[in-house]
Design a protein around this ligand. Structure first.
Ligand code: FE2
Ligand code: FE2
Length: 470
């Protein structure tokens, strides 16, 4: 038997798939027929098991038969695109009668596939058209009033809170360790769990937090960013919640050993001398020892400690600490090595290098020399983030400016993410404008309606990216 969660994701994905097919092909085309058959099939399963089928959009959340649909990163783009499509029509609720047949589905989805007509409020127009077409077994309605308003803002707020609390806990834990205080193990663990849950629920929003720059304390921000990225990548690779917790924990403390290194050495401009380098390259050993001696754990986080020790080892073991016997750098360490390189590249932690844009950072990782990172994990990371990762500010060939909010649901369209328009072709800011799927074609010319011309630096335009991601 299928799990309910899978089926609720399934019905939304199937409906969106059919809408997209109807936008691209005539109704008698095979692609459309298959997509509609899939919708009917999944819908009938749900109707049979649960006696009814209703879809709700509430802010940035979606519900199927009162059950909140978990948006994981793999489905995020599809579901977010479908949510935006329903919103565009002013639809907050869609109800399906158990007697709905294939024809009802085809007519109703075709109406959703059409652009909302200008001039009239979109929901009114849609209701008129559905009535005229005689569709009675699938009905739509406005969003419930209690759900309207600022849910997207609330999501961003929650993500921001999680983020800044994690930075605070990371700082206090690490400072405490320097002073030899018992580590607030429970607090640290709770902070990691919150990060894990928040990343599982709203991955794109949490990834958008990486661009928050209102913290001065670099090393703690780096730790939290690496934790978020690692959990997202671990989830993408199929780790379970327990493993994600261990991974998130290791990521949060991967550089904890650096607190034992004098700031003058850590922040030194220019090359380090031998003695300084020896110190810096010992931070994985220091980290392992610190966690080993830390008090307050019910059980020592061994897998995490190992990852802390191994995070600079490199898959070909050419990194540090130097190893004498052959061994294999563990999975967690391989994940952390990659995500921390990405975060360091997009951030201005070191005054010696300018931060690069997210797409440039992805390019560098893809082109890194063999042996530096695990190729399979690198590929997964690139697939997860897209060529233009979430939070990249882009200029489109239409002259519009936008922020990448999710990778494209189609894994082959890595360079055509979903983009929220934030300035129109005349350069006027439009706040949080519509989300556009860059695989959308212009039916007249048969070409893409929009493509990315280039990425650009938000600081140049005074744009706070995290305001536009949720
Ligand atoms: Fe490190
Ligand atoms: Fe690091």
């Amino acid at each position: 038997m299928t799990e309910p969660q899978t089926t609720s994701t399934g019905i939304l994905a199937a409906m969106y798939g059919a809408v997209r097919a109807l936008q691209l092909y005539p109704a008698e085309n095979d692609v459309v027929r298959h997509a509609l058959a899939e919708v009917k099939n999944v819908a009938d399963q749900i109707l049979k098991q649960e006696g009814g089928l209703s879809v709700w959009v509430a802010g940035s959340y979606m519900f199927v038969n009162d059950l909140q649909v978990r948006l994981d990163l793999q489905d995020y783009a599809t579901l977010a695109a479908f949510r935006e499509l329903l919103r565009g029509h002013g639809v907050g609720r869609l109800e399906v009668d158990p007697k709905a047949d294939a024809e009802d589905w085809q007519k109703a989805l075709a109406m959703l596939a059409a652009e909302p007509s200008p001039g009239q409020p979109p929901l009114e127009a849609l209701l008129d058209r559905m009535e005229a077409a005689g569709i009675s077994r699938i009905s739509v309605g406005p969003p419930a009033p209690m759900f309207e308003g600022s849910d997207a803002e609330k999501t961003t707020e929650a993500a921001r809170r999680t983020y800044s609390r994690s930075v605070k806990v990371a700082r206090e834990t690490m400072e405490g360790l320097v002073l030899g205080k018992a580590i607030g193990a429970r607090r640290a663990e709770r902070a990691v769990l919150t990060v894990v849950d928040q990343v599982l629920q709203e991955p794109a929003t949490m990834l958008g937090m990486l661009t928050l720059r209102d913290f001065d304390d670099h090393s703690y921000v780096h730790s939290v960013n690496v934790s978020i990225l690692s959990v997202a990548l671990g989830d993408y690779l199929g780790l379970n919640r327990e493993q994600l917790f261990e991974l998130g924990f290791a990521a949060l403390f991967h550089d904890i050993g650096k607190v034992l290194i004098p700031p003058a050495v850590l922040n030194k401009m220019g090359w380090l001398n031998d003695e300084e380098w020896r110190l810096v390259s010992q931070h994985p050993d220091f980290g392992l020892l610190m966690l080993f001696n830390a008090e307050g754990f019910e059980e020592l986080p061994y897998r995490g400690m190992l990852a802390v020790y191994e995070h600079h080892m490199k898959p070909d073991l050419s990194g540090y600490p130097r190893v004498i016997r052959r061994r294999r750098q563990g999975l967690f360490a391989r994940i952390i090595a990659l995500t921390e390189a990405y975060d360091a590249a997009i951030s201005n932690y070191s005054k010696q290098f300018l931060p690069c844009s997210p797409d440039e950072a992805i390019r560098q990782l893809r082109e890194a020399e063999a042996g530096a990172y695990d190729p399979v994990i690198t590929r997964a990371f690139v697939n997860m983030m897209g060529i233009f990762p979430v939070a990249t500010l882009v200029i489109l060939d239409t002259g519009e400016m936008g922020v990448v909010v999710a990778p494209n649901p189609n894994p082959k369209a890595l360079s055509r993410p979903l983009v929220r328009i934030i300035a129109n072709a005349d350069g006027e800011r439009v706040g949080n404008g519509p989300i556009r799927d860059l695989t959308e074609m212009d039916p007249d010319t048969g070409r893409y309606s929009r493509s990315i011309a280039r990425s650009t630096d938000p600081a140049r335009y005074g744009i706070n990216i995290s305001d536009h991601v949720a």
